[in-house]
Ligand binder design. Structure first.
Ligand code: MG
Length: 206
């Protein structure tokens, strides 16, 4: 098993849509950022990448690159999901904390959990989301997200067990079989139950 921690913050800004957890939320202000400012998806992306030691969101999507201006943050999440699968892991559960003065998160929590679960291809029961207000922090103009994610290794096929219990050295054919299955499985992301197609780099992100 592996654990990952993600953090993000964005300032509120008038005149931009508010997007949290992939959902557009009706609110007079949105979150300023190079992308769509979806701090929850950014923190989840960083937690996933961190759990497999694959860097962070800036490694893959540098804010200096104009290509990512106004980008849909689900694209960032997709990349993190793929990195997790390539490393041979799947998500067990995640726990998220959103800290903001407005809007109140509690009335939105179920929708946000459902959206995140859908984007990650996991059950809603495995997505926890807590809303907090920044009492005493004097940061009413800022939204903050903390996320912890737990991953577990994708179960390997039975072949590898044969190697472990063999009294004698495995044959070349057995080794080839195991290596082949490992390579295949480490690239098989179907275990994550993804519902959306992989990002098409030809998409216009701006
Ligand atoms: Mg961010």
């Amino acid at each position: 098993m592996r654990i990952g921690l993600g953090f993000d913050s964005h300032a509120f800004k008038e005149g931009v849509p508010l997007v949290i957890g992939g959902l557009k939320i009706d609110h007079p202000e949105g979150l300023a950022g190079h992308s769509d400012g979806d701090l929850l998806l950014h923190a989840i992306t960083d937690a996933l990448l961190g759990a497999v030691s694959a860097g962070d969101i800036g490694t893959f999507f540098p804010p200096t690159d104009p290509k990512w201006k106004g980008a849909d943050s689900t694209l960032f999440l997709e990349t993190a999901i793929e990195e997790v699968a390539l490393a041979g892991y799947k998500i067990v559960n995640l726990d998220c904390v959103l800290i903001m003065h407005r809007p109140k998160i509690v009335p939105l929590a179920e929708k946000l959990r459902a959206s995140v679960a859908d984007l990650l291809g996991i059950d809603i029961k495995d997505v926890s989301l807590k809303g907090k207000t920044p009492e005493g922090l004097q940061q009413d103009g800022t939204a903050v997200a903390h996320v912890v994610v737990l991953l577990e290794s994708i179960k390997l096929p039975g072949e590898h067990k044969k190697l472990a219990v063999h009294a004698e050295a495995p044959s070349d054919a057995e080794i080839d079989g195991v290596v082949g299955s490992l390579v295949r499985d480490s690239h098989d992301i179907s275990a994550l139950g993804r519902k959306v197609p992989a990002f098409d780099p030809g998409d216009d992100l701006t």
